[in-house]
Design a binder for this molecule. Structure first.
Ligand SMILES: [Zn+2]
Length: 270
C-alpha cells in the first residue's frame, strides 16, 4: 500500500504557502479592519497540523496529540489556538525584528512587514480573522483534493476532476497571491494600514551576519525535518516550516538582545 502522509494531502505542498493566501489577501485589501497577519496565519494552520500526524505518543495523559486540522472540530481545537499563537509570534516578535533584514524586492517592499506590529485589533477581530483564514483553506481543499468534502457531492466533481483542479488551482491561486502581494507593495498598503509614512528600504547594522545566521538556521531546520522522511513528504515540509518559524523567533530574540546591549554600551554615562 502506498504510504500516505494524511487523509488530505496527496499533492503539491507549496500550495500551503502561496495558494492558500490567495483568498485572504483581497479580503484584507477590501476590508482593512480585518487582521491581515491573523488571516494569513489562519490560512496556513490547517496544514501545519500535519506535523502532528504519526507522532508518538498519540495521547499524552489522555490528551490527543494528533490533529487532522481540516475538520470543523479542529477549527476550534487546532486552527484557532495555533493560529493565534502564530499571529502573536509573527506580529510582536518575528516580523518587526527581522523584516528589516529582508531584501526589499523592489515594488513588493517586503521590508514594510516590519510595521505590522503597530496596528491594534480587538481580540474578536483577531480570532475571527484566524477562523476566516482557516475556513477558506478548508473550503478550497474540499474542491481540490481527490477526497475533499465537495468531491462526489457537487455534480461533475469527481476524483479525477479534483486531481486536475488541485494542480490548476495551485498554480493559478499562487500566481494570484503573488499579484496581490505586488499590489500591496505597490500601494504601500502595509504602511497605510499601520498608519506610518512609507520610507525607503533600510540597511540595518549587522545585516550580513543576521542574514547568514538566518540561512544557516533554515538549513539546520531542513536537515532536522529530513529525519521525518519516514512519515511522508508533506510532514517533512511542514516540519521544516514549523522549525523555521521557531528558529526565526529565537533569532529575533537574539537580535533584540544584541541591540539592547549595544544601546547600553553606547548610552552616555552619568
Ligand atoms: Zn490543507
Amino acid at each position: 500500500m502506498p504510504r500516505r502522509a494524511s487523509l488530505w494531502h496527496h499533492g503539491p505542498v507549496p500550495v500551503t504557502f502561496l495558494a492558500h493566501q490567495a483568498p485572504v489577501l483581497p479580503l484584507k485589501r477590501r476590508w482593512p479592519g480585518l487582521d491581515g497577519v491573523a488571516l494569513v496565519a489562519g490560512s496556513m494552520v490547517p496544514d501545519l497540523a500535519v506535523t502532528t500526524l504519526r507522532t508518538t505518543p498519540r495521547y499524552l495523559f489522555g490528551w490527543p496529540m494528533w490533529w487532522e486540522g481540516h475538520t470543523v472540530g479542529d477549527l476550534l481545537r487546532w486552527c484557532l489556538p495555533v493560529g493565534l499563537l502564530l499571529t502573536v509570534l509573527l506580529r510582536r516578535l518575528v516580523l518587526p525584528t527581522l523584516a528589516p533584514y529582508l531584501p526589499d524586492c523592489g515594488t513588493f517592499h517586503l521590508q514594510d512587514l516590519r510595521h505590522v506590529g503597530r496596528a491594534r485589533y480587538r481580540w474578536w477581530v483577531i480570532a475571527g480573522s484566524v477562523l476566516i483564514g482557516s475556513i477558506s483553506h478548508i473550503v478550497i481543499d474540499g474542491f481540490t483534493h481527490p477526497n475533499g468534502w465537495a468531491v462526489g457531492v457537487i455534480p461533475g466533481l469527481g476524483r479525477g476532476v479534483a486531481s486536475v483542479l488541485q494542480v490548476v488551482a495551485s498554480v493559478a491561486l499562487s500566481a494570484f497571491a503573488v499579484w496581490q502581494l505586488w499590489l500591496i507593495g505597490r500601494d504601500r498598503s502595509i504602511c497605510v494600514w499601520n498608519d506610518v509614512e512609507p520610507t525607503p528600504s533600510v540597511r540595518p547594522a549587522g545585516e550580513l551576519s543576521v542574514r547568514v545566521v538566518a540561512v544557516l538556521l533554515t538549513l539546520a531546520a531542513a536537515a532536522w525535518a529530513a529525519t521525518q522522511t519516514e512519515r511522508g513528504r508533506t510532514i517533512v515540509v511542514m516540519t521544516w516550516f514549523v522549525l523555521s518559524v521557531a528558529a526565526a523567533a529565537v533569532l529575533a530574540l537574539a537580535v533584540r538582545l544584541v541591540a539592547r546591549s549595544q544601546r547600553r554600551v553606547v548610552a552616555p554615562v552619568g
